[in-house]
Design a protein around this ligand. Structure first.
Ligand code: SPD
Length: 357
């Protein structure tokens, strides 16, 4: 019996020493198990220097992973088994995450820098009162084109993209809502259409676009357009802005029929393990100097009014990326169409992709 007690005491002491050593090891690396922040964001959507700066200022180690569509992000979080502390979905995906109880409320007392956000970007229908999400970037879907490659033909509407003159010239962003939305808008329908006949008409219309479509691509769309592999791209505004700074023959237009205006907000998934760190990160990213640096790097439009003041007038006054009310009135936000209808959009888009191959 005495020997058994001695054995337990020895095991207890050895475990204590190991735990202490592990703790010290983490401390010398500047973080401990509870001091890690898991971030799940779109690709190319943060200035990497800001991650370093946040780690230095907070002592929190950031683990960063990326996705390239709301659908991919949603599938991963819905499946479970992830412990992201931060995710950055768009409007309709936020509504879906709230509906499915996948996110936790934000404690605004821990986000004093929220005061820097322009009221226009708060209290939007996908998250009334911003109970669950804080604005990060916003933008539109539009057409980027290379004036040099198109023999003086400049597209100004969605309908223009069906012009046979643009054979094999178009790269499409790989998103079901974006591509189906483009087709619906070109036919004069809402990009939140749910009528089956109109959806089938939009898919048939996409099939007709096939000869003009060179490829449907993810984040590499920027490189391909900047390198003049195609004359036209259907892209998110910030991606256009980024490549326009690398190639002066490129221009961006919001199509005349109207388009999508979208909002990417930061949320804290329900499975988060570092809720405190998540709030600290959100507050850090809202600091005007930080948000301005991030905007300069990423190229998307900032909802942070005090960061905007720190940007060059040339950037803030560019109506292609900060459109006026007359244009924004023609734009629609994607609605959460429900699980079944979103799956149907994905299905129709997939049928078009298969047809394209
Ligand atoms: N490379 C970053 C892309 C982020 C774009 N978010 C747009 C969402 C539109 N629904």
């Amino acid at each position: 019996m005495k020997k058994l007690i001695q054995l337990f005491v020895t095991i207890f002491l050895i475990s204590g020493v190991i735990l202490f050593a592990l703790n010290r090891l983490n401390a010398t690396q500047g973080y401990s198990g509870g001091n890690v922040l898991n971030i799940y964001n779109w690709g190319d959507y943060i200035d990497p220097d800001l991650i370093d700066q946040f780690e230095e200022e907070s002592g929190i180690k950031v683990v960063y992973q990326t996705f390239d569509s709301n659908e991919a992000m949603l599938t991963k979080i819905e499946q479970g088994g992830t412990t992201y502390d931060i995710a950055v979905p768009s409007d309709y995906a936020i509504a879906k995450m709230i509906e499915e109880d996948l996110v936790i409320p934000i404690d605004k007392s821990k986000i004093p820098n929220l005061k820097h956000i322009d009221d226009r970007f708060l209290d939007l229908p996908f998250d009334p009162g911003n109970q669950y999400s804080i604005p990060y970037f916003w933008g539109t879907v539009g057409i980027v084109y290379n004036q040099k490659l198109l023999d003086g033909k400049e597209p100004t509407s969605w309908e223009d993209l069906w012009d046979p003159a643009f054979k094999n010239q178009i790269l499409l962003a790989d998103g079901a809502r974006e591509v189906m939305g483009m087709s619906l808008n070109s036919l004069g329908y809402s990009l939140n259409e749910t009528d089956e006949d109109k959806l089938q008409e939009a898919k048939a219309n996409l099939m007709d676009l096939t000869p003009n479509v060179k490829a449907i691509v993810g984040d590499e769309i920027k490189l391909l357009l900047a390198n003049e592999e195609a004359g036209i791209g259907v892209v998110w505004s910030g991606d256009a802005n980024e490549i326009m700074s690398e190639n002066e023959d490129l221009n961006y237009v919001i199509p005349s029929e109207g388009s999508n205006v979208w909002f990417d907000n930061v949320v804290i998934p329900k499975t988060a393990e570092n809720v405190e760190g998540a709030h600290a990160f959100i507050n850090f990213m809202l600091r005007p100097d930080i948000a301005a640096k991030n905007t300069d790097y990423v190229g998307y439009s900032t909802p942070n009014k005090d960061a905007l003041k720190l940007l060059d007038a040339e950037v803030r006054e560019d109506e292609r990326f900060y459109p006026d009310k007359a244009v924004t009135d023609t734009l629609e936000v994607y609605k959460n169409l429900g699980k079944k209808m979103l799956a149907h959009y994905n299905e129709l888009f997939l049928e078009f992709k298969m047809h394209k191959k």
